[in-house]
Design a protein around this ligand. Structure first.
Ligand code: ATP
Ligand code: NCN
Length: 207
């Protein structure tokens, strides 16, 4: 199975990196693709440019090969709809299982995503715990009730369609908090890789 971890990564932090690694290990994924969104739908435009967010992610991923930068959303003009990303991955990988990785907060709002009903047809949904995570209600709760599985082995037996909840280390880190710290002249050290911190300070991305 291939993991698909999309994000705004404005900037990438240890909350993304550690959870991506844990899901990759827990589910024995062949690879975990990390996809920065060029134009994330349903939120304000990111503060850092797509290129700067890509560069920070590349710095964060240096020296390891389990988490892989995938630039397809950066190359695609217009809003970075996940359904388009999963379709392009499905075309590349045939029947190989795909796992769309989401924090609980993102999963709770899934029914607002573009063509959201198609997402579970294209990939499994791997829902990570997140501090302050919202309990799913409405369509997300229904998806969990209808498609949820407790045994991760089942995910490997079909290309898409199941929902699995992944327990990951609770890291109450958010990109919003890091941007706020930077704007206030406070330190963000130890919340994100040193090389990423050096980059965003040097380029004055969030001052
Ligand atoms: N600390 C964390 N623990 C678990 N999942 C996380 C964590 N931080 C981000 N995620 C998940 O990573 C994905 C991408 O998140 P995103 O790039 O928006 O980061 P963020 O820290 O939530 O950013 P922002 O504060 O700007 O909204 C989402 O699915 C989100 O739920
Ligand atoms: O496809 C959509 O309509 C859609 C709506 C909201 C979020 N997403 C994707 O979900 C991922 C996490 O979003 P965010 O806003 O938490 O960074 C990121 O890859 C976004 O592009 C996708």
């Amino acid at each position: 199975m291939i993991g698909v971890y999309g994000g705004t990564f404005d900037p990438v932090h240890y909350g993304h990196l550690r959870t991506a690694l844990e899901v990759q290990e827990q589910l024995n994924l062949e690879a975990m693709l990390m996809l920065p969104a060029r134009e994330p739908p349903h939120r304000e435009a990111p503060q850092a440019s797509p290129g700067a967010r890509r560069d920070m992610l590349a710095l964060a991923l240096q020296g390891q090969d389990r988490l892989v930068l995938d630039e397809r959303e950066l190359a695609r003009p217009g809003p970075s709809y996940m359904v388009d990303t999963l379709e392009s991955l499905r075309a590349e990988h045939g029947e190989r299982p795909l796992g769309l990785v989401l924090g609980e907060d993102a999963f709770a709002g899934l029914d607002g995503w573009h063509q959201w009903q198609r997402l579970p047809e294209l990939a499994h949904l791997l829902v990570m715990t997140r501090p302050g995570g919202v309990r799913p209600t409405g369509e997300a709760a229904r998806l969990l009730a209808e498609r949820g599985v407790a045994d991760p082995a089942r995910l490997h037996g079909r290309p898409a369609g199941l929902v699995y909840q992944c327990e990951v280390t609770s890291l109450a880190i958010s990109a919003t908090a890091i941007r706020t710290q930077q704007a206030a002249g406070r330190s963000s050290r130890y919340l994100l890789p040193e090389a990423v911190l050096d980059y965003l300070v040097e380029h004055r991305l969030y001052c």
